[in-house]
Structures are given as C-alpha cells and as structure tokens.
Design a binder for this molecule. Structure first.
Ligand code: SF4
Ligand code: SF4
Length: 430
C-alpha cells in the first residue's frame, strides 16, 4: 500500500491575514461551525496514533490553515516529539499506543527534494492512488508489520506573516518542507494579500523568507493566479528567478462556492489563465531548455506524464485522490476544497481511518469525479488535461472544467516544446 499524507488544520481557519480571495474563509462561511479553534493535545495524539497505525512505509503530516502557525510553536514541538516517539515505538515493537517515550528523536527522514520534479508541495496533501476502495480486504492489507520502519515527513504551508528566528530554527531542525504564499512583486502581492488592518504584507513575507534562507529551511513558493496577476506572468516569474526562488507552484484563484465564476475583480477567467500559462511557459522553457531547471509544479507534472508516469498533483489525475484533511476538532474531510459539513467523513477521536475511508465511499466523493464529459472523450488533449480539478468542474451541469478553453489553447501552444523537452530527457525523474 502507498504511504499516506495527512493535511492538518491545527488552528482551523484562523488567520492573522485577510487575503481578499481566501477560499477557506469562504468554506468557513458555508458550514455550521465556522472555526473549530485550536487542536487539543488529546485530538493530536489520537490523530497521530491512528494515522501511524494506518500508514505504510511513510507518513507525511502537512500543516495548513488558515494560518497553521497560530496553533503556536509549543503545539508543533509536542506534535513532532509525539509522532517521532510513536513511529520509533511502532518500528521496535515498543509501548502501546498512548505511551510514547518522553524524549524526541531526530526525524527519520527529511523532506529534501530528490530531483526538480519530485519536490512535494507543502500546500496540498499528496494523495495515494485514486481509488474508491473501502473494502475489508483493503483494511486487512493495511495491517503494517510491527517491525517495518515508518518514515515521517513534515510540511507546513504559511502565509509568512509571523515567522520568527525560533520558528525557522525549529523547521530546520525537524526538516520541515515549507510552502510560503507569495503572489509576486510587492505591487502584485499587496493587491490582495492584506493584513487585518488592510495593509500589504509583502515585506513581512520577504523577511520571513530571509529567515528560512538563513537557517537553510527547504521552501517553495505558492502563488495564487488572479485575473489581474495573470497578465503579469512573466514579471512574476522573473521576480522569483531574481530572488533565486526556484520551486514554484501556481494555483488558480477560486471564486466563492455557490457563485457563478467571474464575478469578482480577483476572478480568474479562462482567457486570463490561458494568457498566464502561455507566457510563463515561454520563460520557463527558455530556462529549462538552456540547462537551468526551475520547478513549476504544473509543467513538472506534464513532463512526468510525457515520461509515462502518473502526475503527483491531485488536480491533474483526472479523478479525485484519497486525501485526509483534518480540522482542529479532529473532523476528517476528503479534500481541502471540501471541508464542508456534507463531506465530513468522521472524527479521529471516534473513528478509525478504515471507517472514514468507508464513509468516503458511501458519500461517493471519488466516484462523482469519475464522470467524463462528452467533449473530453474526443479531445486530443484528454491524456494530459484529464478535465482538471473537480473544484473547477461544473458538477451540476455537463461536468466540464470551467478552464477548458485555457487548457486547450495552452496545450496547442506548448505541446511541441514540452514534447521536445521530454525527448531530451529534461526534468526526467531519477
Ligand atoms: S477536488 Fe478532487 S481533484 Fe481537486 S484537489 Fe480535491 S481531491 Fe484533488
Ligand atoms: S481541454 Fe477541455 S475537453 Fe479537453 S480534456 Fe481538458 S477539459 Fe476536457
């Protein structure tokens, strides 16, 4: 069985910033309980015990928010110490659950990237194979031998607003992979990423990045593509290159749930996305074809597919993956974009992972994503596109992706050069 990755929201959706396009704030408004506060140590221990019991070979704990650092550094120290102690005990057949050794040991594995195309994202949980399996046979096959070593990985996505020397030291010591949200230059970033007083946060984020660099913490940059910023793709890319930020992940700005897309000044339209993809591909291609590899998660995954591999990015697989998203009260959900009451799979304080996986099957979350729209069946780009992320599909209509025309236009434009890179073995995973 594959390793698992658990995305944890230790401070629920609480945040020390007020980004104008925040999709999680929108999800909070669309559920009965907006904030679940800060995760208790009891919930944390139940989560770790059950996740490690369920995981095979490796377990990634990826912290996310809101802003996860609002749970406080003591929470994180306790979490990591407990997880390390439990993993060690399980591999040596030590004390039973709930009785960890008292001292923390170094992490069993680091989150260092092995190759440009394999750096995991700190923002999104890495799904295991898309599958609706929820059977007793699957449960039985998940029984891990007590002696099998279990590797731990830690990741955290931050807005970079309040990272201190102490945080950076901790991340370095525990080999956290950090994702920092930065939308580009000061002008671009400060348009939507504001603090509680409505002021831009660019300088604080850059100061945080400087601290991560000082302590040699591995980090990547997460950038939200909005309507306005999509016109500045090359400017954003060159700004990152000038600053030697060479691991990029761009995500499409989401319009609020239950709203027709395109109604806000930050809304990303298909035309703008197409413009962004083409323009950033041009500058990215120039670098990588010239021998300087810059990791762009989307382009990396397209190359992976051309090498005959499955994409590691959930939203490119065509079918929703098996994800584990835990809110601060222990509530489990199938995807960060669906932390909503109707998709609640259970609670780590009451349910096992096997039970919650069965609930995933009963709710049909993955099955719903398997529908292939008529137009995709005959589309020449279907093998690479796979209709994109379910969150951008018209699930109540024909099931097609809102950004379909952007993908078509981009593939027409970039495919010859992507194929050429693949022929040359550029970015090929080792
Ligand atoms: S909606 Fe589905 S495809 Fe998109 S990120 Fe969530 S699980 Fe993955
Ligand atoms: S480009 Fe459009 S039609 Fe083709 S696979 Fe993607 S979403 Fe479907």
């Amino acid at each position: 069985m594959p390793p698992i990755s658990v995305m944890i929201k230790p401070a629920s959706g609480s945040c020390n910033m007020r980004c104008r396009y925040c999709f999680y704030a929108d999800e909070q408004e669309n559920r009965a309980v907006s904030s679940y506060g800060v995760m208790s140590l009891e919930t944390m221990r139940n989560l770790v015990d059950k996740a490690l019991d369920y995981a095979e070979h490796a377990c990634t704990f990826a912290f996310q928010g809101g802003e996860p650092t609002l749970a406080g550094l003591p929470f994180f120290r306790e979490f990591v110490a407990y997880a390390e102690a439990r993993a060690r005990e399980m591999s040596t057949g030590g004390p039973a659950a709930g009785k960890p050794a008292s001292s923390a040991q170094p992490s069993a594995a680091s989150a260092q990237p092995a190759a440009p195309t394999t750096q995991p994202s700190a923002v999104s949980a890495q799904p295991s194979e898309p599958s609706a399996q929820s059977s007793a046979a699957a449960d039985a096959s998940r029984k891990r031998r007590p002696s099998a070593p279990l590797q731990l990985h830690f990741a955290l996505q931050t807005n970079g607003y309040a990272i201190t020397e102490e945080w950076a030291q901790f991340f370095a010591e525990k080999h956290f992979l950090i994702g920092v949200s930065l939308d580009g230059t000061k002008e671009i970033h400060d348009r939507y990423r504001l603090d509680v007083a409505g002021k831009g946060t660019y300088q604080r984020v850059m100061d945080s990045i400087a601290l991560l660099e000082k302590y040699k913490v591995e980090f990547n940059i997460l950038t939200v593509i909005t309507g306005p910023s999509a016109r500045r793709g090359q400017r954003i890319y060159s700004f990152f290159r000038q600053n030697h930020f060479d691991y990029h992940q761009y995500i499409e700005c989401l319009d609020p749930l239950e709203e027709a897309p395109g109604g806000h000044d930050y809304s990303l339209t298909p035309d703008r996305l197409e413009q962004f993809l083409k323009s950033t591909f041009d500058v990215w291609y120039r670098d990588v074809a010239g021998g300087y590899y810059v990791s762009n998660r989307y382009f990396d995954n397209l190359l992976l597919m051309l090498y005959g591999r499955e994409p590691e990015s959930c939203n490119m697989r065509g079918v929703c993956g098996v994800q584990w998203i835990v809110e601060a009260d222990g509530g489990m959900y199938p995807c960060d974009f669906y932390v909503l009451d109707q998709w609640r799979l259970g609670n780590v304080n009451e349910n096992t992972f096997e039970e919650m996986d069965r609930r995933r099957g009963e709710l049909g979350f993955i099955q719903e994503s398997m529908r292939v729209p008529e137009e995709c069946r005959t589309c020449r780009w279907a093998a690479l596109c796979r209709n994109g992320c379910r969150r951008n599909r018209r699930m109540d209509g024909d099931g097609k992706n809102y950004f379909c025309s952007a993908y078509k236009g981009f593939f027409e434009y970039a495919y010859p050069r992507l194929a050429e890179l693949a022929r040359r073995g550029v970015g090929k995973p080792v």
